[in-house]
Design a protein around this ligand. Structure first.
Ligand code: F0G
Length: 435
């Protein structure tokens, strides 16, 4: 069974430049504005007319689809297809992405005296990161356009997702990785899913620059987040979250920032829900970066978002080791339009926050833990008040970066011990003495 509303479709989309506002009549392979070379965004020109007073109906349609077994309804992206570019159901490439849980953080909430502290765990997507929602959307566009080969540059998670979705769609995939700077778990995923993996002697920013040149000379569809369709998939996390919260808008949503597409997508999702009248306010979307990879923080601090301040990125949270973020303009707009802020956190603060999340039974990768580390600072500065409700977006699965965890938890296990009950009980009594 599939639930398809007859007259609740939003209609055609166009691509518009985020800088000069020009609507594109021809799309180049790099998804850049033909006038000023800046990034593009998807807009739906007849949106207002098409949806006038049908918001409540959309909520009902989306809810009904949860009872359907059709792949496009089971998907936590395509379930919301009225708010996505049309691709035709036969072009949809899905592996039931989205559908990620919202969970309470108890210990952290007590420590920070916050009454409502939640995480939404995007690391529980099919390949273990939030990327799957965006890749599902963009690779479906690639299929609709007749491509048989897709490509990306990545700090690891995008490559895993691209490789998996390409394999699932019976397409070829090419991934550019910065040699020696990607966790072994993510590299292994890309290999297992059958991608052509090129490890390059440069950083992520260098990989992306090179890929831009290559896709102009080689017939591969660009799946990095400069591709605006990626953001359309990733914005659905905002819709799914609002459904899960029964459409009660939280005061804050906090997300890590690397290439700055995910924060942009999240903000776009909330702002569109507002425009459609499905929510009556938006949460403040705040972005946290590692202090060693903080171009957005510096950009806001030094020139209030007018010109990007590039940095040489260095952090053990390798997913966000990015100094020249492509989507910085979009992220600045999200900060301004939602009233959010950006903050940086040290390596120690990331490591501590990650361990604290783990101690609540909620594992994530280092980049995701920036959210809790950042929240602590935002509470301290008073930006987040103790009456506020907060949702942290955890972006990657804990098993993505095992080396990081084993190093951090090095001294936390006991042994080797004699394998007999006496020795074990004596050790346990010592450990639990006084507890
Ligand atoms: N968290 C994780 C786990 C990531 O993998 C990334 C980005 C981010 C946060 C930041 O998201 O770039 O949209 O601001 N990873 C990319 C990759 C760059 O190639 O996997 P962003």
């Amino acid at each position: 069974m599939t639930t398809t509303p007859s007259n609740t479709m939003i209609g055609a989309h166009v691509l518009r430049c985020v800088h000069c506002g020009r609507v594109q009549d021809r799309i180049d392979r790099l998804f850049r504005c033909s006038e000023c070379n800046e990034l593009l965004e998807v807009i739906y020109p007849d949106w207002a007319a098409a949806i006038a007073d049908c918001g409540q109906r959309l909520k009902k349609i989306w809810q009904e689809r949860r009872l359907s077994t059709a792949p496009e309804d089971v998907s936590g992206v395509w379930r919301y297809r009225e708010l996505l570019p049309r691709v035709g159901v036969h072009n949809i490439v899905t592996m039931s992405e989205g559908n990620t849980p919202v969970m309470l953080l108890k210990k952290a909430a007590r420590a920070l005296r916050l009454p409502h502290l939640l995480v939404k765990h995007q690391g529980l997507n099919p390949t273990g990161s939030f990327k799957d929602t965006g890749i599902s959307a963009a690779i479906s566009m690639a299929k609709a356009e007749g491509f048989s080969c897709v490509a990306c540059a990545s700090t690891g998670n995008t490559s895993a997702s691209v490789a998996a979705y390409a394999a699932h769609a019976e397409m070829k995939s090419i991934v550019f990785l910065p040699a020696g700077q990607v966790s072994s778990g993510k590299l292994a995923q890309a290999l297992e899913y059958g991608a052509t993996v090129l490890q390059l002697l440069t950083d992520f920013d260098g990989c992306l620059r090179l890929l831009h040149e290559v896709v102009q000379r080689f017939p591969a569809y660009l799946l990095n987040s400069v591709n605006p369709y990626r953001l359309e998939g990733q914005k659905t996390v905002a819709i799914e979250l609002m459904e899960q919260l029964n459409w009660n808008v939280p005061d804050h949503v906090i997300v890590p920032g690397g290439n700055l597409a995910n924060s942009s997508a999240l903000g776009k999702g909330f702002l569109e829900l507002l425009e459609l009248g499905l929510i009556s306010s938006v949460p403040k979307v705040s972005i946290i970066q590692a202090a060693g990879a903080n171009p957005l923080v510096r950009t806001m601090r030094e020139n209030n978002g007018r010109e990007l301040v590039r940095v040489n990125a260095e952090t053990r949270a390798t997913a966000i080791r990015i100094g020249n973020p492509a989507s910085w303009r979009k992220a600045v707009a999200v900060l301004k339009n939602t009233g959010g802020t950006c903050e940086e956190v040290s390596e120690e603060e990331i490591s501590l926050a990650k361990a604290e999340l783990g101690a609540e039974g909620i594992g994530c990768e280092p980049a995701s833990a920036t959210t809790l580390a950042g929240l602590k600072k935002l509470v301290q500065s008073g930006f987040v008040r103790t009456s506020d409700s907060v949702v942290l977006i955890l972006t990657g699965h804990m098993l993505k970066d095992i080396d990081y965890m084993l190093q951090a938890q090095e001294n936390q296990f006991f042994g080797p011990l004699e394998a007999n009950a006496g020795a074990v009980v004596r050790t346990l009594e010592k450990i639990y003495a006084g507890n």
